[in-house]
Ligand binder design. Structure first.
Ligand code: ASP
Length: 342
């Protein structure tokens, strides 16, 4: 008989472990020990749990690539010791972290599941306990002698999603996340139902590899009706910029004004990588479907297809460090690396 499943629970911060300041009522992180004391149920789980806490824990609005390296390194250096990893994280940037980790942790053979909550664990109506306990149970699931889930997931309000497909859609509802372009990996009801057909099937020929460099020379530009040429030129003329994601309308459409296409074309010729991503949470970029996207294709924008903005940005951060030639960059960017594109 095999030993009990061993899970590493990583606390980075977020509402789940926050406490309300008595006078100001603002929420701020408190220590992990107190958080664990609030969940005696953890001892009832059929797996052993070790914990690691960020010191100090942070509100996820302060998350940045250095924190992602720290998580990646923690997972990589404990990879053989544990069967699965659960990351407690603020919901605000959880989809960014999940997306970044999905690229940084290549060929995972074990689950990395992020979760958090809308209410602190100490609140009477908290969603934290269910989210945390079920995330641990999902991370502990095994089939024969291997982990059932072998990818970065995000569990929130009864659903496990592929992390790099998620977006935070609600600042108030317990159902805070959506994955509009990919179905859930699992659902929690009376039973835990895993939809095995939706799980990422890794290529068994390749071994797990952790990457630890991301570029911060990326920008995000959301277009809107009435956008001024001088603002756009100023933004794009920043010499530090190496990769840009443009959030366009609908299926990848943008104004056909010459000034916009001229600056995009000039910057692409200078070597800037520019990606067309849709502002919509669901659906895909399809350049050439409308006249308003044909010229974007002609001047050389890459397509984010049906990637979320969170994936489009973090994939850009990841690929910019790989020294790929233009053609290889385009092919790799537009190909699904870990299930981020349909
Ligand atoms: N501001 C908090 C955070 O992202 C919100 C949350 O935890 O859900 O850290």
């Amino acid at each position: 008989m095999r030993n009990r499943t061993h899970i590493l629970l990583i606390y980075t911060g977020g509402t789940i472990g926050m406490t309300r300041h008595v006078k100001t009522k603002t929420l701020r992180p408190f220590d992990f020990g107190s958080l664990l004391e609030n969940i005696p149920e953890l001892k009832l789980l059929d797996c052993s749990i070790e914990t690691f806490s960020f010191d100090p824990p942070i509100d996820s609005s302060n998350m940045d690539p250095d924190h992602w390296y720290k998580m990646g390194l923690l997972i990589a250096s404990n990879y053989d010791k544990f069967d699965g990893f659960v990351i407690l994280h603020g919901s605000d940037t959880m989809s960014y972290t999940a997306s970044a980790l999905s690229f940084m942790l290549e060929n995972l053979t074990k689950p990395v599941i992020l979760t958090g909550s809308q209410l602190p664990i100490g609140d009477l109506r908290t969603d934290a306990k269910e989210n945390m306990i079920t995330a641990i149970q999902l991370a502990a699931l095994r089939e024969e002698d291997r982990a059932l889930i072998q990818e970065v997931g995000l569990y929130f309000e009864y659903k496990l999603y592929r992390g790099n497909r998620t977006t935070k859609i609600n600042a108030e509802h317990f159902q805070a996340f959506a994955s509009l372009n990919y179905p859930p990996l699992a659902e929690s009801g009376v039973h835990l139902k895993v939809f095995e057909e939706n799980l990422w099937k890794r290529n068994a020929r390749f071994r797990f590899k952790a990457h630890n460099s991301l570029s911060d020379k990326v920008g995000l530009l959301k277009i809107f009706p009435g956008m001024r040429p001088d603002y756009v030129r100023h933004f794009l003329n920043n010499p530090a910029l190496e990769g840009l994601v443009i959030e366009t309308f609908g299926a990848g459409n943008a104004p056909t004004a010459d000034w916009l296409l001229e600056i995009l074309e000039a910057k692409i010729k200078e070597g800037l990588k520019i990606v067309n991503a849709t502002q919509c949470s669901g659906g895909s970029v399809s350049m050439g479907q409308y006249e308003t996207s044909q010229r974007l294709k002609d001047v050389g924008l890459l397509s984010a297809k049906d990637m979320t903005t969170e994936s489009a940005i973090t994939k850009m951060m990841y690929l910019l460090t790989k020294n790929l030639g233009d053609k290889e960059f385009k092919i790799t960017y537009e190909t699904s690396l870990c299930g981020e594109i349909s």
